[in-house]
Design a protein around this ligand. Structure first.
Ligand code: ADP
Ligand code: ASP
Ligand code: MG
Length: 455
């Protein structure tokens, strides 16, 4: 069985949804019924979140106007996709029920003037429920037996709203039961990415871009043969195509390289997608729903590509903390005390470099920044630089090659590097630069390694 995940742009309107149905039908003819995991129609998750913010600011009218816009977007798709009044009626009833619940949520948020992470998850997961219902009905209307499943019944998570983690044992057994029963009955399963629920049944989300992760969780639970991530580019590229015009497709990439790239900014894949798939050696493919014939990128345990540099990635809106204290001189246990602060505030550290009396750290999640700085200030002097960027060169066997660092810094000779982190892994060399310099740094590095002329 194959899991096929389609992202927001792949389901953006009626035409795109028809195209998804064609791809699913072809897959069913080739390999039997797949499991289809859908994102919300493009832009809908952002609109839902914005509505929540507006409601919190007590601009309920604006929040309700967003509901109206979302309703219209789905009505347009439904009207274009279906002829049967009965099918249209059933879909519109379902949509109106979901959107009435959304309105109630916005009213509650506006009344309280408070938007908790828990409420936001109930709000932001609405888009996936709507898009998946439409695709499932469209397949059935085209004589492809499809079963719509509510992912919250089997993707069980902890209560970390906004960034929930799967409860693996429960999720595996529930997913296997729910999904494989339908597959065995010859049905295509259509379900939602991004959402899950706690063991008490409260809606959670897996974090922005989390539909990729959902596909992987389902693939692992059902021991799928392959997990396909269908998006709007031809595969994983040598750099973000919005930054580098001539970015190239990487035909084959290792699990390790792909997760490093995803973590350090290659938005095409949610960083957590790969780990469960690695553990079960399930290949992950990145494919283009607008160009389904293209080969895409195959992610497997070992890359089949010998190039020393695989891709350049960058991650913006990062915060750097420069921690300095003479007490660190010859002292032991100092780093442990610093790490304890980040642990206490549940904040992951991305990059770190140390010298005898200083530690520089970058973080992405700044929710507790103030409290972290306050706690660190008891140990050392701290300066904070917001809105910096990490630029990463990802490749292989960096420790066994001479000249990599030299060539990277040569490419960045006109850029002010604030921090360097290398050697932690054999496949990544990362630099921190100001956000304004990030795109230029990526282009310089890309030109160095990927453009024959510039080399
Ligand atoms: P989806 O809605 O299908 O999940 P996303 O917008 O999350 O799609 O991810 C796809 C986008 O990721 C591409 O359109 C591209 O602009 C961006 N991207 C950034 N870095 C890379 C990269 N290295 N390779 C491919 N795409 C990338
Ligand atoms: N719709 C969600 C988001 O926009 C999840 C996803 O598309 O992966 O973040
Ligand atoms: Mg995505």
């Amino acid at each position: 069985m194959i899991v096929m995940k389609f992202g927001g742009t792949s389901v953006a309107n009626a035409d795109r949804l028809k195209n998804v149905a064609d791809i699913v039908i072809q897959e069913k003819e080739k390999h039997g019924s797949p499991v289809v995991v859908l994102s919300a129609m493009s832009g809908v998750t952002n609109m839902l979140i914005e509505g929540g913010q507006k409601a919190k600011e007590r601009s309920l009218d604006e929040a309700l106007a967003i509901v109206k816009e979302i309703r219209q977007k789905h009505i347009d798709a439904i009207n274009e996709l279906f002829e049967s009044e009965e099918t249209k009626g059933a879909l519109l009833d379902h949509m109106n029920k979901s959107l009435s619940e959304l309105e109630v949520l916005y009213k509650g948020v506006s009344y309280l003037g408070e938007l908790t992470r828990r409420s936001l998850d109930m709000i932001s997961g609405t888009g996936e429920l709507l898009s998946s219902k439409i695709l499932s009905a469209y397949l059935n209307a085209n004589k492809v037996k499809a079963k719509w499943l509510d992912a919250r019944a089997f993707i069980k998570t902890d209560g970390s709203f906004g960034n929930a983690h799967p409860l693996w044992e429960m999720t595996k057994s529930k997913t296997l039961g729910a999904v494989m029963t339908e597959i065995a009955a010859g049905n295509v399963v259509v379900t939602q990415g991004f959402i899950g629920s706690t063991s008490e049944g409260i809606t959670t989300t897996l974090g922005r871009g989390g539909s990729d992760y959902s596909a992987s969780i389902i693939g692992v639970s059902c021991e799928a043969e392959e997990i396909q991530i269908w998006t709007d580019v031809d595969g994983m590229l040598s750099a973000d195509p919005r930054v580098v015009e001539d970015a190239r497709i990487i035909p084959s990439v290792s699990f390790k390289e792909a997760s490093e790239l995803a973590y350090f900014g290659a938005k095409v894949l949610h960083p957590l997608t790969i780990k469960p798939a690695v553990e079960r050696s399930i290949p992950v493919k990145i494919l283009n729903s607008m160009n389904p014939e293209a080969k895409g990128t195959l992610i497997t345990a070992e890359s089949r590509n010998d190039e020393p540099i695989c891709a350049i990635a960058s991650k913006k809106k990062i915060t750097a903390l420069f921690i300095n204290s003479l007490d660190m001189l010859m002292a032991h246990g100092y780093l442990a005390r610093i790490f304890a602060v980040f642990d206490r505030f549940k904040t992951p550290i991305d990059l770190i470099t140390t010298s005898e009396v200083s530690v520089s750290i970058t973080i992405d999640n700044t929710e507790n920044l103030e409290a972290i700085v306050e706690a660190l200030s008891e140990l050392a002097s701290v300066s904070v630089m917001q809105n910096v960027a990490i630029v990463s060169v990802v490749g292989k066997h960096f420790r066994d090659q001479s000249g990599i660092a030299g060539s990277v810094f040569d490419a960045l000779s006109d850029i002010n590097i604030l921090m360097i982190s290398g050697g932690a892994s054999d496949i990544n060399l990362s630099m921190v630069v100001s956000s304004e310099d990030a795109d230029k740094a990526v282009r310089n590095l890309h030109a160095k390694y990927f453009s024959k002329v510039a080399k």
